[in-house]
Ligand binder design. Sequence first.
Ligand SMILES: *Cc1c(COP(=O)(O)O)cnc(C)c1O
Length: 391
Amino acid sequence: IILKLLWSQKMPGFELIGKEEIDEINHLFNESSILFRHSFDHLRNGIFKVNDFENAFSKRMNIPHSLGVTSGTAALRVALAALELEPDDEVITQSFTFVATVEAIIESRAVPVITNIDKTLNMDPDDLVKKITKKTKAIIVVHMLGVPCRLREIKKITDDNGILLIEDTAWGCGGFYEKKPLGTYGDIGTYSFDFAKTITTGEGGMVVFKEKSLYEKAAAWHDHGHENNPKLPRWEDSRSGSGFNYRMNEMQGAVGLAQLKKLDYVVERQRENGEIIKNILARYPIELRDVPDMSYETYDALVFFVSDNNVAIKCRKNLIDNGIGTKILPEAITWHFAGTWTHMPELGNGLEKKFLKSKQLLDRSVSIPISVNMADNFDKSIKSALDKVFL
Ligand SMILES: *Cc1c(COP(=O)(O)O)cnc(C)c1O
């Protein structure tokens, strides 16, 4: 059962690592062997894998600027660095997300402000309006488990208030909203290529920008302030401020180039599998998660609401017994729901009571994990697991 479960939990990008990634790595080692993204021009035979990955990503996402970084968490931190925040500036995000989104705000010395979610399980635009103050500098929305947030309504709110919109697209890479690639609807988009995401470089991330000036600030900050001035050698490079080191390396860039070519295939297969599961769910007295109009989901998982937490736990138990399992909901809530993050003093006291609307929704949610290669007969397994709960 455990082996079966691990198989069913296998993630897409990881499932498809194969010859294409190995060929890219071999090309890097055979033709260059320089593993650093900058310099060593006389030794690298014109090979710049991170740069190529960034350009290919920009092309796929139809956005002018992409910056490879070391993780999705780093991507959020680097995105916020471009805003040059002051210590009591506020950044708003949603109660249902991975801890990383809030950690990046705290690391940026800004004040994290958290909204409730609605039935999309993403940011509730009505609550967002209530949480905006004069100090709000940016909003980070999250497309949790591959469903776009209410981008149209939220972008109107950020535009009306002159606030920057950042999309944490860790789960949404390859999805669209109103025909725009997720991550490119707002001002800045961030992506994760960790081992559990749609495409992977082992660890890694990307930040995309519409505006050149934001890209340039972020690029310098992620590289100790280096402006990579073409007129100067790197050791004499110009700088306008300090920064940090979140540089992606050439091995990650090489793997990323191969994985990016598989992105559309991954999403298409997940969508097919998701539709099969959706048809099964039509038999039961459940309610599907809301999906905003004009969404093209990545179907990372399919979430439905049941009547209460007891029923959700029962679904989980039966899905595990049948080798399917669940993803985050209802079990891994402590890593993904801000109402439980009492280990972060930055979020203030009384957290448990702050996001009751979110908690009520999450408590009765069940999430079925979707991958490219689902377990054999996964449709029958899901059906028999849920028949036992509902019929
Ligand atoms: C995975 C994830 C991240 C962080 O990405 P890493 O590459 O693991 O650092 C950030 N935000 C969300 C919503 C995530 O799911």
